[in-house]
Design a binder for this molecule. Structure first.
Ligand code: MNI
Length: 468
């Protein structure tokens, strides 16, 4: 932490945390969410996969640099079953009022790759720093189309730490127009909801697409914290949800808190979202986790280790508190950790990854790693060599389970609890599980040693144990 602006950011965090800790201590969070999002067959899904991919932010066609072979490889190497697939408003609605059906065709084609391999897909309307039009070079922001970008000629200076570009006047103004804080562009949020309706029309009948993440890492411009989250952010989510439900009654809607602060362990002031669908609401909470010391370049070691452990614990409790609020008296809504990740060459990276997965498992959250791009944060080098992350993510987990309420995983197997009779599918890394595992609490329906897929029949209220 040599750069003074980083110290300023860290100082601001200390103040925020002090305030957050007071707010957080006022209510007790639940221990875990016992609900999971469900697939078209009504089975609970444990999300285990990647954000695919950061490359989609800057490709001209908005599609990730990712092939069907790449997907086949990650399935073999890590037994993934889920993807948070990046889409963007600029690609969906490149011209004002014009939906690019060709782009949706290309997304649908990729969704089919996942469908062919039994995955479930979350579509994530991605943005960072509003959009590429915040700077003339187009190489900082991503997400929003140029026609929806109004910086009013205010400066956007860029430096070495991309998050700080959020604090530039032009970036703030672009967001202030979107949230209509300026009162000048009420049409922008309307177009955003319309873009979601178009996506929902396309994927309403598609059983592989199980969730829509309404906005990546929302940012309030001049409105921050309570004023932003309980105000225009909640309003936008309601509007997008209503638009989606006109076309698609079944796909889960995922909401995120503001990224600034929450990603570092601070509380959220998001309000409840009403789901107009018939039947039980399908709203889930999909926050991100990036502890500040690690964001600033530290590993998971030395003094930082304790700080990060504290952040993860506080984050977990804030996530569950928000999930409970979103449940509106019916218990915590399903939670998916939509992003966490790090440069895995850093000291202690393996322990940090383990900490996050174990924390998420125990709290009933699926995890989507950031990201499925080559290099030091990802699973592979650009020449295709597998990196350390591959073995850390190749872990046992229950994949699709009727009536799942909780689970734990270790190198030797999984234990999970179910509340009703039905089927369960478990993934066990094939290299470690060479023989059919021992099972209690369920009958084995099938075992495929090559893929590590074990299917079970569970009679009812049971604790199922699968062990090597
Ligand atoms: O941690 C963040 C993050 C920090 C700070 C801010 N603000 C100051 C508004 C916003 C976001 N982001 C982490 C990751 N998320 C994106 C994609 O969603 C990744 O590229 C980042 O690593």
């Amino acid at each position: 932490m040599r750069n003074p602006s980083r110290w300023a950011l860290a100082g601001a965090l200390v103040l925020l945390i002090a305030g957050g800790a007071v707010a957080a201590s006022l209510r007790v969070a639940p221990e875990a969410s016992t609900r999971f999002i469900q697939d078209a067959d009504g089975r609970s899904i444990v999300a285990h996969g990647f954000n695919t991919a950061s490359s989609a932010k800057s490709t001209p066609d908005g599609l990730p640099l990712f092939t069907e072979d790449d997907l086949a490889r990650e399935q073999t190497d890590m037994g993934t079953d889920f993807v948070r697939f990046l889409i963007s408003w600029r690609a969906v609605e490149p011209e004002k009022g014009v939906i690019d059906q060709g782009y949706l065709d290309a997304v649908e084609e990729r969704v089919q790759w996942y469908a062919d391999r039994g995955y479930d897909v979350m579509l994530d309307m991605h943005q960072d720093l509003w959009g590429s039009a915040i700077t003339p070079g187009g190489d900082w922001g991503n997400g929003a189309p140029a026609w929806a970008t109004f910086t009013d000629g205010l400066p956007v200076n860029t430096g070495d730490m991309w998050e700080l570009v959020y604090l530039e006047p032009g970036t703030i103004r672009a967001f202030d127009h979107f949230w209509n804080t300026t009162g000048e562009h009420p049409e922008l949020a309307e177009h955003y909801a319309d873009a979601w309706r178009a996506v929902a029309e396309r994927f309403a009948g598609n059983d592989t697409v199980v969730a829509y993440d309404l906005m990546n890492e929302p940012y309030g411009g001049t409105l921050q914290g309570v004023a932003f989250e309980s105000g225009p952010l909640t309003t936008l989510y309601q509007r997008a949800t209503d638009a989606i439900r006109e076309a698609d009654p079944d796909t889960w809607v995922c909401v995120e808190p503001q990224a600034f602060g929450f990603n570092w362990g601070l509380p959220s002031a998001l309000g409840p979202i009403d789901d107009p669908r018939d039947g039980d609401p399908r709203v889930a909470f999909c926050p991100h986790l990036y502890p500040l010391p690690m964001d600033l370049g530290d590993g998971f070691a030395g003094d930082t280790r304790g700080l990060v452990q504290g952040t993860v614990a506080q984050w977990r409790s804030n996530v569950l508190r928000t999930a409970e609020m979103l449940g509106q008296g019916e218990g915590a809504v399903p939670v998916i950790l939509g992003e966490f990740g790090l440069d895995t060459t850093r000291e202690g990276a393996e322990q940090y990854v383990k900490l996050v997965y174990e924390t998420a498992d125990a709290a009933g959250m699926g995890v989507v790693y950031w990201s499925r791009d080559d290099g030091s944060w990802g699973p592979y080098e650009s020449d295709g060599t597998a990196r350390n992350l591959v073995s850390w993510l190749n872990r046992p987990y229950p994949r699709e389970v009727d009536g799942l309420v909780s689970w734990t995983s270790s190198d030797d197997g999984v234990t999970f609890e179910v509340r009703k009779s039905g089927a369960a599918t478990v993934y066990l890394p094939p290299a470690a599980f060479t023989a059919q595992p021992a099972v209690s609490g369920a009958e084995v329906a099938s075992w495929d040693a090559a893929s590590g897929i074990l299917t079970l029949d569970v009679a009812g209220d049971e604790t199922v144990t699968v062990a090597r």
